[in-house]
Design a protein around this ligand. Structure first.
Ligand code: PMP
Length: 340
């Protein structure tokens, strides 16, 4: 009954159990402040729930467009940036997609689901993008996916390497889910490159992963095309209200980001040789400690393939980070886990 293609996918895994510290999903450890939530609730009280939301999410697009000083025609929103990725795989002419592993898994997930071949151009030894190698594979590609900062390696990609790929003229999705933590974004390049889509999210720096909203900034032609195929009502009125209010309080987000970045740097210093430098809200750690950490009630992300024996840890609250660091110190002393 179920298609072979669908059966080839693994069910989503949830780490069962009541763990005291969850540092596995690159969420913000900080919820929206109570006063911002109250403002969202106040606005929601005035809104009719019986009507469908705006069919192309204009209220949300206008708020994001104002924030960036662009036109709403340059903005599309989705139920998480994941939803937008599912369309971006289908939007363009061409054969395959290009990805640069190790990177975010959803690019190849949606490609496989749509029977689109995936061509891999691995990141260099130091996890930087090889723009020239990607450009070679971009010929006939539908789209190239580049994450910067990259997940799970945490590094920002060099601008010149990204530009090398953009110069091919093929569609490029630059996934900047973690850009706020890097303090750098290339979104303005959409003015110069009509083949560029910059993908952003409210799930990380804004601390709104549970709300589910992501957006893309791109030229009008791409945004118009996306709205031809997008599920019409996937971004609800509660979501749109929440982000309109959150954007009015973006200064709070910036404060939170500074706190997380400070903690990231502190963790990096403590981990020393074990951690790679990061421009995101997580660290790639060269330690085969997933199970040992779990035993101590700490959930991190276990990595495989080229990053076998590594874990990815989200920067949490200070006490959570301290518990993680303490556990690592204990575990790394044990030679079985490939510590110091
Ligand atoms: N892109 C990258 C690189 C990510 O790491 C994530 C979340 N883990 C996403 C996109 C998707 O985020 P969301 O759907 O919550 O917007």
């Amino acid at each position: 009954m179920i298609s072979e293609l669908v059966k080839s996918f693994q069910p989503y895994r949830v780490v069962e159990g009541n763990y005291r510290i969850r540092l596995d999903k690159n969420e913000s450890p900080y919820d929206l402040p109570g006063e911002v939530k109250e403002k969202i609730f106040e606005e929601l009280r005035e809104i009719a729930f019986n009507r469908y939301p705006h069919i192309t999410s204009m209220p949300a697009r206008e708020a994001i467009a104002d924030f960036y000083g662009v036109s709403p025609d340059n903005v599309a929103v989705g139920n998480g940036s994941d939803e937008l990725l599912s369309y971006l795989v289908r939007l363009f002419e061409g054969n395959h997609i290009v990805i640069t592993p190790p990177t975010f898994g959803m690019y190849s997930f949606y490609a496989k689901l749509n029977n689109v071949p995936v061509v891999e151009v691995p990141l260099r030894e130091d996890f930087t993008l090889d723009g020239e190698a990607v450009a070679k594979k971009a010929k006939n590609a539908r789209v190239v996916f580049i994450a910067s900062p990259n997940n799970p390696t945490g590094n920002l990609q060099p601008e010149e390497e990204i530009i090398r790929v953009l110069e091919t003229g093929r569609p490029v999705v630059l996934d900047e889910a973690y850009a706020e933590f890097a303090g750098k974004s290339l979104w303005k390049l959409i003015e110069e490159y009509p083949n560029l889509v910059v993908l952003r999210t409210f799930s990380k720096a804004f601390g709104m992963a549970g709300i589910r909203v992501g957006y893309m900034l791109a030229g009008e032609e791409i945004v118009d095309a996306l709205y031809r195929i997008k599920s019409p009502f996937s971004v609800g009125i509660m979501t749109m209200t929440a982000i309109r209010v959150a954007l009015r309080h973006a200064d709070l987000m910036e404060k939170t980001v500074r706190k997380i970045v400070e903690e990231r740097e502190r963790m990096g210093r403590k981990l020393g040789e074990l951690a790679y430098p990061s421009d995101a809200n997580f660290l790639l750690v060269r330690l085969n400690a997933y199970e040992e950490l779990l035993k101590r009630g700490i959930v991190v992300r276990k990595l495989s393939g080229r990053l076998e024996g590594h874990i990815r840890v989200t920067v949490g609250r200070r006490w959570e980070n301290d518990a993680f660091l303490e556990a690592v110190e204990e575990i790394a002393g044990d030679s079985d886990v490939g510590g110091l």
